[in-house]
Design a protein around this ligand. Structure first.
Ligand SMILES: Cc1cc2nc3c(=O)[nH]c(=O)nc-3n(C[C@H](O)[C@H](O)[C@H](O)COP(=O)(O)OP(=O)(O)OC[C@H]3O[C@@H](n4cnc5c(N)ncnc54)[C@H](O)[C@@H]3O)c2cc1C
Ligand code: SF4
Length: 341
């Protein structure tokens, strides 16, 4: 990677969380985990930190374990997407998270990219990424996507800024009811993943509620009931490493064959991982079949406001939501009943 277009900056390697947090108290500091997104942003001069604190070698932030007490999954933010997708405990008990991590980007990128960095990467909107466009998210007046090239943009909550949330693992973590632990030099707090990501009308310039002096120190996923199943599906455009044009994460718990609870989250749909509450309601009390999954998927798209070039997302997301629901319970579109794994 060429760093020729970057502004000069100071580089510090942090050996511990405490050291990183102390360094972050200074203005103009950015953390670097895998560096996949940060380096791109610096090359485009979308980010121009005065100091980069490299946290990649902080061993206390690199672990995957099941909590002995409550069976929850605890993941350090420096765990790579590759490792997350391969860990047996994640594959067996938290399949949607393993699949979301395992389908993001390319194998090479997954070896570098960390879970914390994946959650905090900036949006892919091409106007945002191009320094020639001083769009609303960057403090300007205009959202160029509204009248421009908006085929990859949001179909929900898109009036102010139409980014789609870029993180695959975020969709899975919201569906699973995960919590993020945030720490600063002064305090620690736990925030539900669902509340962590914020819409443009809450803050146009940020995609989440992390403060400048905070870092993510743990991602915790509650144990799913033994009867619950989860699934994740990504639809790319043409090649496997493409960004998703539709994605969905689902967690379904059943009592016999009737749905007790359902959590359905769409990616590539809105500026945050988009929870499809109407679809969830439509599934509860039903037994899952291609028909009930299709009805729920239709409900998931209610209220969508596509723009000129992204109407195709309505039908595509509907299909992806339906398939993810069926996949969670071990069924395919061709089956008329049964399944489960
Ligand atoms: C070609 C390509 C395709 C891609 N496809 C996908 C895809 O399909 N799905 C998907 O989800 N992603 C995709 N990505 C994005 C990629 O997964 C992310 O860029 C990567 O996960 C970022 O992780 P990182 O560790 O390199 O983050 P970094 O670049 O190191 O950091 C990103 C941001 O997070 C901050 N940060 C990192 N860790 C912490 C922490 N613990 N606490 C506080 N702040 C922190 C940094 O300060 C920075 O602001 C793709 C990327 C590329 C280049
Ligand atoms: S969608 Fe958001 S990031 Fe993209 S041009 Fe509009 S305001 Fe900027």
């Amino acid at each position: 990677m060429s760093m020729s277009t970057m502004k000069p900056f100071q580089w510090t390697n942090a050996a511990s969380v405490d050291q990183a947090l102390a360094l972050m108290a200074e203005k103009g500091t950015s953390l670097k985990a895998g560096g996949v997104d940060l380096v791109d942003l610096m090359k485009e001069q979308i980010a121009s930190p005065e100091r980069v604190v490299n946290i990649r070698a902080i061993r206390e932030l690199d672990y995957v374990k099941l909590d002995d007490g409550d069976g929850s999954l605890r993941v350090g933010p420096l765990v790579t997407l590759a490792r997350l997708s391969e860990e047996p405990v994640v594959r067996q008990k938290f399949a949607a998270l393993a699949d979301a991590a395992g389908h993001a980007a390319t194998p090479q990128i997954r070896n570098m990219a960390t879970l914390g960095g994946n959650l905090l990467q900036r949006p892919r909107c091409w106007y945002f990424r191009n320094q020639m466009f001083p769009c609303r998210k960057k403090g300007g007046e205009i959202c160029y996507a509204q009248e421009g090239e908006n085929q990859y943009h949001a179909i929900f909550n898109n009036a102010l800024c139409a980014i789609v949330h870029p993180s695959a693992t975020a969709a899975a973590l919201v569906a699973m009811g995960a919590t993020l632990q945030l720490a600063s030099a002064k305090d620690k707090r736990d925030v539900k993943a669902e509340d962590f990501f914020i819409l443009p009308n809450v803050d146009l310039h940020r995609e989440n509620q992390l403060r400048d002096d905070e870092m993510i120190t743990e991602i915790r996923v509650p144990a799913l009931p033994a009867s619950a199943r989860s699934a994740y599906i990504k639809q790319g455009e043409k090649e496997s490493f493409d960004w998703p044009i539709a994605e969905c994460a689902v967690v379904i718990d059943r009592d016999g064959d009737k749905v007790k609870t359902a959590s359905i989250v769409m990616g590539a749909a809105a500026p945050v991982p988009h929870r499809a509450k109407e679809a969830e309601k439509a599934l509860v009390g039903q037994s899952i079949s291609p028909d009930t999954a299709r009805s729920a998927a239709k409900a998931a798209l209610e209220g969508a406001r596509p723009m000129a070039n992204n109407r195709y997302k309505l039908a595509l997301l509907e299909t992806i939501v339906m398939r993810t629901i069926l996949m969670a319970v071990g069924m395919s579109e061709a089956q008329s009943n049964g399944g489960g794994r």
